[in-house]
Design a protein around this ligand. Structure first.
Ligand SMILES: Nc1nc2c(ncn2[C@@H]2O[C@H](COP(=O)(O)OP(=O)(O)OP(=O)(O)O)[C@@H](O)[C@H]2O)c(=O)[nH]1
Ligand SMILES: *[C@@H]1O[C@H](CO)[C@@H](O)[C@H](O)[C@H]1NC(C)=O
Ligand SMILES: *[C@@H]1O[C@H](CO)[C@@H](O)[C@H](O)[C@H]1NC(C)=O
Length: 431
């Protein structure tokens, strides 16, 4: 189960076929830019849109963005494309009541100028304005192969196939397709069809370039595509371009200063907003004088996973780390429910948390609060997270970008009775 889970969480194909290291490697499009007619440059730009399976959370979606960005880079080699940023909303975990949490533009969470230095991106509302209305010419719903794959015979492929699951789109009386479309009810799809895919994101390039002339193409269930090259330079460039929006970073920094005696100057955590100018790993920072912890609870404990510890065991581990690291403070980011929080407070009286007021929550939204938590964990002297949580993975990456010693980053809690408690993999940053 663990390998399958990790596969989805990382979007890696190489975990499936042992010994084939080059799988999911760089893709070369069917034809080079040079073979295109000269007039191609004058053709209007085309739009790539995408969405992800509704139950998937914020941090897996951030990973799918990286996969789509590499597809876009492949498309760019042949013609002019822009990636349309799928508005945030209706996420299963964003359940704070009475707060409007749909149609949230990316600019609420990420610095769009920084994203633009990696690939051409536009917000959905810009797409509506630019493309002349709420129409998406072609929707491809991505799915696996009904017959599955045969063990050991991994090949990359994509084929038009009948839809396996019930289509989440329905035809209206004008023959247009209606669907979720990120909460934009007026949006219509002109054509919806299903594609079975097995492979990395860029296997879609020939289809988008050669099999359709649609100017706007949406890939739904885009998480079915894997990474072109996980943790390579292209991956890290896209990851580094995903700079959190400034106001959220500032809230995190103010919290560090007020409650954790932590400042960039003292901690030697230098963050360059203009990521493109950073050409090498920064010198190793010290980090703030606190232990950073991410405790994923909720659905991670409902399944009684053996790699997730009890709160009692968690508290023991935290206290032993504080002693070993000679730290007094522990910052805890968690999705724990009220009851768990009360118990945590008893077990770890020195716990520091970012607790937002209703007004703050309304302003930053659940996604913003999660980012603030991640930002604070990313600046800690030492971090320990939860096994196979993409929320924790994104903190690893943020610390890798800041240049932390991997020993202080790639750590996770072990289940109370876990025998082989393998620690997270160090994915080394590449510039
Ligand atoms: N503020 C905050 N929110 C959290 C924390 N841990 C989990 N969450 C919330 O719960 C969500 C995590 O659950 P999911 O929706 O399953 O997905 P995910 O973001 O891909 O992350 P994982 O499930 O942990 O792999 C996050 O997106 C947050 O909204 C935390 O430490 N702080
Ligand atoms: C794309 O076009 C090629 C050539 O016409 C065809 O063989 C292939 O089946 C098409 N693929 C899809 C997914 O439509
Ligand atoms: C819809 O798209 C599919 C895949 O490109 C194509 O085979 C089909 O002919 C299209 N249908 C219409 C009505 O255009």
């Amino acid at each position: 189960m663990a390998a399958g889970l990790l596969l989805l969480r990382l979007g890696l194909s190489c975990l499936l076929s042992s010994g084939v290291g080059g799988l999911g490697g760089e893709f070369s499009p069917g034809h080079s830019a040079g073979s295109l007619p000269a007039a191609a440059a004058a053709v209007e730009r085309r739009y790539l849109l995408y969405d992800v399976n509704p139950p998937e959370g914020f941090n897996l979606r951030r990973d799918v963005y990286i996969r789509m960005a590499s597809l876009l880079k492949t498309l760019q080699k042949s013609s002019d494309w822009a990636l349309v940023l799928p508005p945030w909303g209706r996420l299963y975990h964003w359940q704070s009541p009475d707060i409007h949490q749909v149609r949230i533009p990316w600019s609420e969470f990420f610095d769009v100028d920084s994203l633009s230095k990696n690939i051409p991106v536009i917000e959905y509302e810009e797409f509506l304005a630019e493309s002349g209305g709420p129409f998406i010419e072609q929707v491809y719903v991505l799915q696996g192969y009904a017959e599955g794959w045969k063990e050991g015979t991994w090949e990359e492929k994509v084929d038009q196939r009948p839809c396996i699951d019930q289509l989440m789109y329905s035809e209206d009386k004008h023959g247009y397709y209606r669907g979720w479309f990120w909460g934009y009810e007026e949006t219509r799809g002109l054509n919806v069809s299903c594609l079975s895919v097995q492979g990395s994101a860029s296997i879609m390039a020939p289809i988008l370039l050669e099999n359709t002339t649609a100017r706007s193409i949406m890939l739904d269930r885009a998480e079915n595509l894997l990474h072109d090259h996980y943790a390579g330079r292209d991956y890290w460039n896209t990851r580094r371009s995903m700079v959190f929006t400034k106001h959220l970073r500032l809230v995190g920094d103010e919290f560090r200063a007020s409650f954790l005696q932590s400042s960039d100057e003292n901690d030697k955590t230098i963050f360059h907003e203009d990521w493109i100018k950073v050409k090498q790993r920064p010198s190793t920072p010290l980090g703030g004088p606190y232990l950073g912890v991410h405790l994923r609870r909720k659905d991670f404990i409902w399944g009684h996973r053996e790699d997730v510890p009890t709160l009692h065991r968690t508290a023991e581990e935290i206290h032993s780390l504080l002693k070993k690291l000679q730290l007094k403070k522990v910052f805890i980011a968690t999705d724990a429910d009220r009851q768990d929080l009360e118990e945590l407070r008893k077990l770890i009286p020195e716990m520091v948390r970012f607790e937002s007021t209703w007004e703050e929550l309304e302003l930053y939204k659940d996604g913003g609060v999660a980012i603030i938590d991640q930002w604070i964990c990313a600046h800690a002297r030492y971090f320990i997270g939860t096994s196979v949580s993409t929320f924790s993975f994104r903190i690893h990456e943020e610390r890798e970008i800041l240049g932390f010693d991997p020993k202080t980053t790639y750590n996770r809690f072990c289940g109370d009775k876990e025998k082989n408690c393998e620690q997270p993999t160090h994915w080394k940053i590449v510039y």
